[in-house]
Design a protein around this ligand. Structure first.
Ligand code: GDP
Length: 304
């Protein structure tokens, strides 16, 4: 029900536009497909993924020449869910981490302003609620505000934070954080990293160094490289996904600000284009406004 509330804009817009696209039509024909294409693109699904969806629907129309527009919802829903299935576990509803990995290390990447700090705070809250011991690492040392904001969240959630002065070596902060986590017998470590997209080589070097140093303390870490994207920025989010996946191996995505956008389709397009599962979605500024991404709930809320 919170998801429905959170995605209110996406769904009313998508569903509303979809209804308009088929208005006065009883059969799915070329015009309906053209309109549908426009609706998907304007909902930020992205051109490639839109074409893929349209092709699949065309194939079904070719099989069943009298496919009615009243069936379009069901078909579209099936095709979107099936697309998401290719990359998402999607059946998860809980914030879980594998118990056998301790500490479980999440390295968080993304550019400034997308909601990185907020997402870290919300995640820490979820894990803490389960009784897990969480440690935060402020390895975004480029901006003093980034360190301060993470401190605010650490206080709010009441979890320890490891930090150094602004300008210090991010890898050094990551090292300290993991060492402290091991000493404290922590379950989860969440490390913030700098979000400058200064240039690809620098970004790659910095993230590679942070990872290498983490592995010196706990082998096979980070266990998750979580890229945070602002869902309300459409093509920018695609562009950032491209840059970060080129710089490091991103293993999951958090898409934020889906409460403030009429274009939730970005979730469909990005997970399809980059074959990286969307794990979390942000649906507000509050501490509880982070949800585990569930494809069935998502598709349902899109079409309700
Ligand atoms: P960072 O620079 O990437 O660390 O971004 P912040 O975490 O500081 O977030 C930037 C702004 O976006 C803040 O005002 C947050 O409250 C807001 N924000 C973060 N996530 C969400 C979300 O899911 N929904 C909404 N509406 N706002 C969000």
């Amino acid at each position: 029900e919170t998801l429905d509330k959170g995605l209110e804009k996406s769904k009313s817009s998508f569903f509303g536009k979809l209804s308009k696209a088929v208005a006065g039509k009883s059969k799915v024909d070329d015009e309906v497909l053209d309109n549908l294409e426009e609706v998907l693109v304007s909902s930020d699904v992205g051109v490639n993924t839109t074409l893929k969806i349209i092709e699949r629907i065309e194939a079904r129309v070719a099989k069943d020449k009298y496919l009615g527009t009243d069936e379009l919802n069901t078909i579209l829903r099936e095709e979107i869910a099936s697309l998401l299935s290719e990359t998402n576990i999607g059946e998860e509803t809980e914030f879980t981490i594998p118990k056998e990995k301790k500490p479980y290390v999440i390295m968080v990447v993304g550019v400034n302003g997308v909601g990185k700090t907020t997402t870290i705070g919300k995640l820490a809250h979820q894990f803490k609620k389960q009784g897990l011991k969480v440690v935060l690492g402020a390895a975004d040392t480029f901006r003093a505000a980034a360190i301060d904001q993470l401190q605010v969240w650490a206080d709010r959630v009441d979890v320890p934070i490891v930090k150094q002065n602004m300008g210090s070596d991010p890898a050094s902060v990551a090292f300290d954080t993991l060492q402290s986590a091991v000493t404290q017998d922590a379950d989860v470590v969440i490390v913030d990293t700098a979000g400058r997209l200064h240039n690809k080589v620098n970004l790659m070097n910095e993230l590679t160094k942070v990872k290498r140093v983490m592995q010196k303390v706990v082998e096979d870490t980070p266990n998750d490289v979580l890229l945070v994207l602002d869902g309300s920025t459409g093509q920018n989010a695609f562009e950032q996904a491209k840059q970060f996946t080129a710089a490091t191996e991103v293993t999951s995505l958090a898409v934020t600000k889906l409460d403030g956008t009429a274009k939730g389709g970005v979730v469909i397009g990005i997970s399809d284009q980059f074959k990286i599962p969307v794990k979390y979605i942000g649906v507000g500024e509050g501490i509880d406004d982070l949800q585990v991404f569930n494809k069935f709930e998502f598709v349902d809320s899109f079409f309700k």
